[in-house]
Write a protein that binds this ligand. Sequence first.
Ligand code: HEM
Length: 422
Amino acid sequence: MTDQVLRLEGEESNLSSLGFWALPKESRDRAFARLRSEDPIAYFDEPDWMFTSDGKGFYAVTKYDDVFSISRNPTLFCSGRGAVSIPDLPPQFLEFFGSMINTDDPRHGHLRKVVLRAFTPRRIELLEERIEELAKSLIAEVATKDEVDFVAEAASILPLKIICEMMGVPSDYEKYVLDRSNIILGALDDEFLPAGKTVEESLIVAAVELTALMEEIGKDRIANPQDDITTSLVTASVDGEALSASELASFFILLVVAGNETTRNAIAWGMHALDRYREQRELWFTDFEAHSSTGVDEIVRWSSPVIFMRRTATEATRIRGVELSEGDKLLLLYGSANRDEEKFSSPDDFIVTRKESRHLGFGGYGPHQCLGAHLARRELHAIFSEVSKVMPNYEVVGEPSYLFSNFINGIKHLSVRPNSSN
Ligand code: HEM
């Protein structure tokens, strides 16, 4: 393997360095463009700043076609060996984070089936009215202010409330869920890391606390089943058996965290993009419905809120001439694939009418393709529909405050003047 190990020089292109993830997104995008053209399956040592370590580095998969084909070949590139994070997860983490996202078929398919029904397009259509009502009231409230943090007042609330309602989490616990999911996906960022705690401790405490919430709701749902996902989880029979305590905990955590962190950032990035590309805003908002489907997907492509998922080679193989051994790790870099100049013209530009290749922001169309994609699209549609009606001339004030993370491409705060005259 060492013959194949290629390195790009310097911090600017070193995905293992913590400093790389502190660079502005434009600089990181330039580094990914360089990787795509010079070293599309580049090897990096294991980062020395992760919450756990197994000593193994990874290959960064930066081209669209490779991310797509690896995602669709789970026999050769699996999810269930070690984890889909950079380091393999030790047992105390697997207890809370060893959910279906870290498993392979047939077990993965059986687990996914337990909740699949709640996320089908038909089922999401039934939620449409609720999503629209919420979006309407949030944007109406935002529009009464001179200046707001759009993330706090709208982008974080809609997806959080909807996933909590789907799971059966009482509304008093929404903030509790938000704070803990911020730690789980944002623990590298000082704003979310609890003072005096290590990343490792903080992750475990947040997971234990979310598990306690799930257990409380689950106990009630066993006695009084409801039409919610927690009832589906606690009453499920998979391969003839109920889900184990750790499967229940990790499933619940996966859904509440994935259901609110990702769409929030897509909404925030969409607001930022439409401020930066004013002519695209005008084009979209002049005939909202005509461009809504491509506009919403362009937000997800351009921002790619999930930076990567890992796969592990199950046997020796070769990609673009690079020899891989069994057990080698590959990071599927969705944001890089979504800027691949062989697939998208002017890939760095935000173009609401873009109809080219299907983007990979929700994954590479394999068995783990995002379960919440229909839901996320509905939420984005609802928010931007209201923005187009109520505050079409809004203005972003100053620079967004970005999340420091190598996994979530996030915006923590976005100051917006809803009724700008600019
Ligand atoms: C714009 C918003 C979202 C983005 C960009 C996004 C992105 C992704 C990506 C890249 C994956 C990995 C796909 C793969 O490995 O092939 C994924 C998986 C997943 N997403 Fe999303 N997601 C979003 C919203 C949501 C929402 C609202 C939910 C609701 C709960 C959700 C639930 C999940 C789940 C459960 C998985 C794992 C599926 C499996 O392992 O079978 N996501 N998502």
